[in-house]
Design a binder for this molecule. Structure first.
Ligand SMILES: Cc1ncc(C[n+]2csc(CCOP(=O)(O)OP(=O)(O)O)c2C)c(N)n1
Length: 379
């Protein structure tokens, strides 16, 4: 009989596990919910604060209009690229709402709505995607890290900051957002590993929108769910309906509270769908069927919440019109700010690349400075 043929649980002798290899943990409490948790349409929704649900609705309406306006700005050449979070607004809004001012958000390129929901002006949140500057807001003032374009690199940053804050005795939770594709990256695994070992106050929000550009999840991962990835690192996993704003708020609030109270990190997988293409540079009809998109449109987060609020008598036509009016005001503000020509210093592109600029960067900056000076002289 080879070792592999041994029945599971065969005794390995009294030396197993040796002390240095312990402690061993029962994985059961870490296992995610068997099905994505839903609140809307269940009795739990009736117990939630109606004002919270109305606030979620107002923010979802703003978020949808924000996505539409940013997409339009790409067509007008005012934004170079926009990865829309249309259909994922419940994830974005809830992620921002559950954090305190003293907490930190570590977003990816798709998460500018969460950034705006945290109080950053749209024109600043979208600076990188405009294509003419590295970054647009003061990370420390808003406690929002810059957008990460390299997948999952924001995750170890979040763990590092959360761990450092705990060492200093600061009350800080870091929440980082990652796509389903990003969960295959080494950075994601390293972040989970360190978060588990250090018991860092971090929440990992995985927005599983089904695709990494054109790669469907089935070709990306063989995990039972992405939330199960938590368990191997000694972290709690949660599985939630990412289009149910009430469920998102409930689960993320619990996760943040879990991390804040020192009970350890949490990985939340939100099952959602990107209703638009990956970005304005992508044609999603090449890899998704119209039927699939139609099925998800029926589970639009905005539609689900509005239906619930109307059926429960918590909003009326006037409240819906007021939310729409506020969204139009946001869109008008975005148009005004983006149609104004930005004042840019091309040399700023060389700043903040490294703490100490390399000789090559210095040389390139000097070349550009000389070109700009020659241009100014010629005028
Ligand atoms: C390290 C790295 N590898 C590859 C890419 C190219 N890339 C950009 S977006 C993307 C797909 C990401 O999908 P997912 O993580 O599911 O996030 P989503 O775009 O759906 O929000 C890839 C592979 C990248 N940005 N970074």
């Amino acid at each position: 009989m080879t070792l592999l043929d041994q029945p599971a649980g065969a005794p390995l002798g009294s030396v197993w596990p040796p002390d240095a290899h312990g402690p061993r943990r029962d994985p059961a409490p870490l296992l995610p919910d068997p099905e994505p948790l839903r609140v809307l349409g269940t009795s739990v929704a009736d117990k939630l604060d109606p004002e919270l649900l109305r606030e979620l609705y107002r923010r979802l309406v703003l978020g949808r209009r924000y996505n539409q306006q940013a997409t339009t700005l790409t067509k007008q050449g005012r934004l170079a690229v926009y990865p829309a979070s249309t259909g994922q607004e419940a994830c974005q809004i809830a992620a921002a709402m559950v954090l305190r001012d003293t907490d930190w958000l570590f977003p990816s390129y798709r998460d500018t709505l969460a950034v705006v929901s945290r109080g950053v002006r749209p024109v600043e949140a979208l600076t990188l995607l405009r294509g003419d500057a590295h970054h647009g807001w003061d990370p420390k003032a808003h406690r929002v890290a810059p957008l990460s374009t390299p997948l999952a690199t924001q995750a170890p940053h979040a763990v590092g900051l959360a761990h450092a804050a705990r060492l200093r005795g600061d009350d800080v939770v870091a929440l980082t957002t990652v796509g389903d594709g990003g969960t295959s990256e080494g950075d994601f695994h390293e972040a989970l590993n360190f978060a588990g070992v250090l018991n860092a106050p971090v929440v990992f929000l995985v927005q599983n929108n089904g695709y990494a550009i054109s790669v469907p999840l089935a070709k990306q991962s063989a995990a039972p769910t992405l939330a199960h990835k938590a368990v191997g690192y000694g972290i709690s996993g949660r599985l939630v309906d990412g289009n149910d704003a009430a469920a998102m708020h409930t689960v993320l609030s619990e996760a943040v509270e879990h991390a804040r109270s020192g009970r350890g990190p949490v990985l939340v997988e939100a099952v959602t769908y990107r209703l638009e293409a990956h970005t304005n540079a992508d044609d999603a009809t090449r890899y998704r069927t119209p039927d699939e998109v139609t099925a998800w449109q029926a589970r639009d987060p905005l539609h689900l919440l509005e239906t619930h609020l109307r059926e429960a008598g918590l909003i009326d036509d006037a409240a819906v019109a007021a939310a729409a009016q506020a969204a139009e005001e946001l869109a008008a503000e975005m148009r005004a700010e983006f149609h104004a020509e930005p004042e840019l210093d091309p040399l700023s592109l060389f700043e903040h690349v490294y703490a100490e600029p390399t000789p090559q960067l210095r040389e390139q900056a000097a070349m550009l400075a000389a070109e700009l000076a020659a241009e100014a002289d010629a005028r």
